[in-house]
Design a protein around this ligand. Sequence first.
Ligand SMILES: *Cc1c(COP(=O)(O)O)cnc(C)c1O
Length: 384
Amino acid sequence: MRHTSYIEISRQAYGKNMDFLKSDIGPKTEISVVVKGNAYGHGIENIVALAEENEIKHFSTFSADEALRVHEASKSNSEVMVMGMLENEDLEEIIRKGISFYVFEFDRLKEAINVAKKIQIKAKIHVEVETGFHRTGFEWEEKEALLEILKENAEQLSLKGLCTHYAGAESISNYVRVRKQIKQYKKFKQWFDAQNIFFEKYHTACSAATLLYPETKMDLVRIGIASYGFWPTQETYMYRFQSLAENNKNPLRRLISWKSSIMNTKSVKMGEFIGYGSSYMAPRNMEIALVPIGYGHGYSRWLSNQGKVLISGKIVPVTGTVTMNSIAVDITDLEQVQKGDEVVIIGVQGDHEITVASFGESSQQVNYELLTRLPLDIPRRIVD
Ligand SMILES: *Cc1c(COP(=O)(O)O)cnc(C)c1O
């Protein structure tokens, strides 16, 4: 093992998540799998392969580089949609490859029309409208100017979607705000309808909206976190708990496991300090194991004296500070532990499991953050 740790992605868990999501979402709505943030840390190429095995043919990315990776990885000519960053100078390649993209301001829209004219290929656009997220999206006041451009350049444009994004559908505290957004989106849709401008797909929902506000599902849903086996929040899960089938109360399964191995073991005398500084003094004669993962690998410094890993099927605590490349863990109570033994950072060993959510409890990191901070260069492989 040249790398200090590796990640496994479970094909079986992914299949289960997809089965649940498909049946929950129903046959009328297409699923776009969101693969931004290197597919939430799982690896874009891994997830494109698994999703296509599950008949998914639509992917959403944040940026152009991610979209091109999906395009390369796709074996079934799936649709790719860029929801965020795209430089004007990349528009030509994106349009040539048939990748669709959000437009939320006039500069990108006009440049897309120019490029489409020049290369004689329609630009596939999704018009994003502002409904209350206040980050991107055309304002209500801009709709006439927008309409004029869409009508005048109908030859250059393929109107793939009318879309928006909700500001916190995963928490009931945002209920009023989300309701207002749904209303505002409908207002936009009706207005475009009245002007005889129709879009191929109407789409607004992320995982939380899909699970909690069924009316937001429409023609297409953009599913990220749930497809990776996580409820957007604990609240989302509690809200849906009653409505889950009696024999399937836990339908979303984690796909990711993160593993390393022991680099070194050492005896430390009572009263000695472990690692940098003085945050941990050995309260007894101890055995410690060094594990070669640190904050440089996405294991947060917040986990100093807090984190837990699994060795020999037992839960053991991190002692001292998390450094750039390693942690020390307390193996005093374990028998026959040696260099090279498996260490589970996320996943199951014996009867125990370290979940992704447990990191949130000790370091304030939400699932999304921990996952997307896993470095690109940790080897990832699909297991059955
Ligand atoms: C990230 C994102 C999603 C997916 O969100 P999840 O909560 O992971 O399902 C959907 N739409 C947009 C615009 C996004 O940026």
